[in-house]
Ligand binder design. Structure first.
Ligand code: THG
Length: 262
């Protein structure tokens, strides 16, 4: 499972404050804690309050790279912000994300190719968030078709079905989960799949329980990656155990320790 730590996001007050004050220590500690907790990569999002996201993205990337070599997932809806992040990267990264809109694909797919970055494709377009599985499949197929045409390696494409909060879209959860499995049959080689996990529990009580139950069900559908809070140990334990049960991790009496020592 490709685990992207979600905590460096200007949506969080501590990060927004550190970004405003250019306080490196707060960002670097957040990066290191997530890596220690098992993150394979770190999401980097300037948040809605950033007045200059291009220079904030560059500063965040440079600041994080002073303490870790883990890949960074440049999270912005603005291609210019993503490009600023790519220019500052020392190692291969992740573009988070393109939509299925041609104007996004035309800029971001060539950028992903030239920086050898992985690409997250959100199953969404300017027409809005899909309302059912067929619409998700259509958007996913549009993204895969464009990437194939442009000879972007499909193994580096992560399709995101767009996870909605269960308290606003309860009737869609089954479709979202099933899309994860069905995205795999769009092409050979198959695209990979990823979710922004914490979306599912936004505004709910018992967030951690909702997150870990959803992730377990998504792993059963073949999920390849998740943007999540790696410091939530119960969540990480559920994820590792789900992979164990699907024979994706070796079984031993201390499998949680074994996984963490990898
Ligand atoms: N797909 C992709 N990228 C994404 C998302 C996605 N990036 C952003 C987001 N969704 C994933 N990251 C988060 C980060 C935090 C929260 C949810 C998703 C979150 N934050 C608290 C909240 O809103 O309640 C903030 C709490 C606080 O202010 O301290 O839930 O879906 N590709």
């Amino acid at each position: 499972m490709f685990i992207i730590g979600e905590l460096i996001n200007g949506m969080y007050q501590n990060i927004a404050k550190a970004l405003k004050e250019k306080n490196k220590a707060v960002i670097q500690e957040c990066a290191l804690e997530q890596v220690k907790a098992g993150a394979d990569a770190l999401d980097v999002n300037c948040g809605p309050g950033s007045r200059d996201p291009v220079s904030d993205m560059q500063w965040l990337v440079e600041t994080i790279q002073e303490v870790t070599d883990k890949p960074l997932a440049l999270d912005s809806s603005k291609p210019k912000v993503i490009e600023a992040g790519l220019k500052a990267l020392k190692h291969k990264g992740v573009i988070n994300s393109t939509t299925a809109d041609p104007e996004k694909l035309e800029i971001l797919v060539p950028l992903a190719k030239s920086y050898a970055a992985k690409l997250i494709g959100l199953c969404i377009s300017s027409k809005g968030i899909p309302q059912n599985k067929d619409q998700r499949m259509d958007l996913a197929a549009t993204i895969v078709a464009y990437c194939s045409e442009q000879r972007f390696p499909i193994e580096d494409l992560y399709l995101d079905p767009i996870v909605m909060p269960v308290n606003v879209a309860q009737a869609q959860m089954k479709d979202i989960l099933e899309s994860i499995r069905e995205f795999k049959i769009i092409s050979d080689p198959s695209p990979k799949t990823i979710v922004g996990l914490s979306n599912v529990s936004q505004g709910t009580c018992a967030r951690s329980l909702v997150n870990r139950t959803f992730v377990t069900m998504a792993v059963a559908q073949g999920l390849d990656g998740a943007i999540l809070d790696p410091k939530d140990t119960d969540l990480m334990d559920a994820l590792i155990t789900a992979e164990l049960i699907l024979n994706k991790q070796i079984y031993c009496d201390k499998y949680l320790d074994a996984y963490r020592k990898k």
